[in-house]
Design a protein around this ligand. Structure first.
Ligand SMILES: C[S@@+](CC[C@H](N)C(=O)[O-])C[C@H]1O[C@@H](n2cnc3c(N)ncnc32)[C@H](O)[C@@H]1O
Length: 278
């Protein structure tokens, strides 16, 4: 199994019992997914569902006829489902799915042993060529839940942030993830991207900030360039609005106010970007 996949699985093992701690975050994510549901007959695809601690599945099955949960960690998905025990028949597990298609390539690299230009070229070509294997243009809502930061972190841990082609690979993986979300969604449907922007490790005020003061705190952090690589929500919003493929497929891009996600050892400032598929 690729090194990156193993790492993600280890992380999921560590946060599996986070159900209670995740409550305010889960309420925000679930409310958002309920809000964008059209009627009660739609379909939802969630990328990065993992332990499903951020999804109140019993509530969501009231709003979606079918929900596909996607992650590379099968055990997390299965135990997440077993814990919530939602009514059978409406949920499908799509496990073992690497949404980038390239973790096996990146896992061969270490920042200390720089990847060659040919290796990076091969990775970019494979990431850009990946065709989604499950139901393109079909979901009423396609969501990505705090997954994008993990995809970018995978590059940090393999290629390394100091590699001359880090930014190029990061922007490729980020752009392809956004395009994939759009391509999963049926015309008239919605794309939901939940992004964790910065953690209390570099923004300790997140430990005690009130919800009313959080937007200003996060704006200051972003102005000071204190956010995870590639996770500036304003840049992501602009990308959704201007990328040649995204701009012709999406409209009404909105950025929510932030909230705090308590993961135990750290807290994260999180916000949501939503858009309509044309
Ligand atoms: C921070 S977690 C999201 C929170 C999760 N929904 C929960 O409730 O615990 C990110 C998820 O993305 C998954 N993931 C990371 N890289 C992935 C990839 N390349 N393809 C598919 N899933 C990936 C991880 O396995 C993990 O479950």
């Amino acid at each position: 199994m690729p090194r990156i996949d193993r790492l993600q699985i280890l992380r999921n093992d560590e946060t599996r019992d986070g159900w209670a701690r995740f409550t305010p975050h889960r309420e925000r994510v679930t409310a958002l997914l309920e809000e964008v549901a059209t009627g009660t007959d739609g379909t939802l695809c969630v990328l990065g569902a993992g332990n499903c601690n951020d999804l109140a599945l019993a509530q969501l099955v009231q709003r979606y006829r079918r929900i596909d949960l996607v992650d590379l960690d099968e055990n997390a998905l299965r135990s997440g489902l077993a814990k919530q025990n939602p009514p059978p028949g409406r949920l499908e597990i799509c496990s073992g799915t690497d949404v980038t298609g390239v973790t096996h390539i990146m896992s061969e690299w270490m920042p200390e042993l720089p990847a060659s230009d040919e290796q990076v070229d091969r990775c970019i070509a494979a990431a850009s060529a990946l065709k989604t294997s499950f139901r393109p243009n079909s979901y009423s809502v396609a969501a990505s839940v705090c997954l994008l930061s993990q995809l970018v972190e995978s590059i940090t841990l393999t290629l390394g942030e100091n590699h001359p082609r880090f930014v190029e690979l990061m922007t490729c993986i980020r752009r392809e993830h956004l395009r994939r979300l759009a391509s999963l969604t049926a015309p008239g449907g919605s794309v939901v991207l939940i992004v964790d922007v910065v953690s209390s490790q570099t923004l300790p005020q997140l430990a005690a900030v009130s919800l009313t003061k959080l937007p200003a705190l996060l704006s200051r952090a972003i102005s000071n360039r204190n956010f995870f690589s590639g996770m500036n929500p304003f840049v992501i919003k602009r990308l959704l609005e201007t990328d040649e493929i995204l701009a012709t497929n999406l409209t009404g891009v909105r950025l929510s106010n932030p909230w705090v996600w308590d993961l135990g050892p750290r807290r994260y400032a999180v916000c949501a970007l939503t858009a309509k598929r044309m």
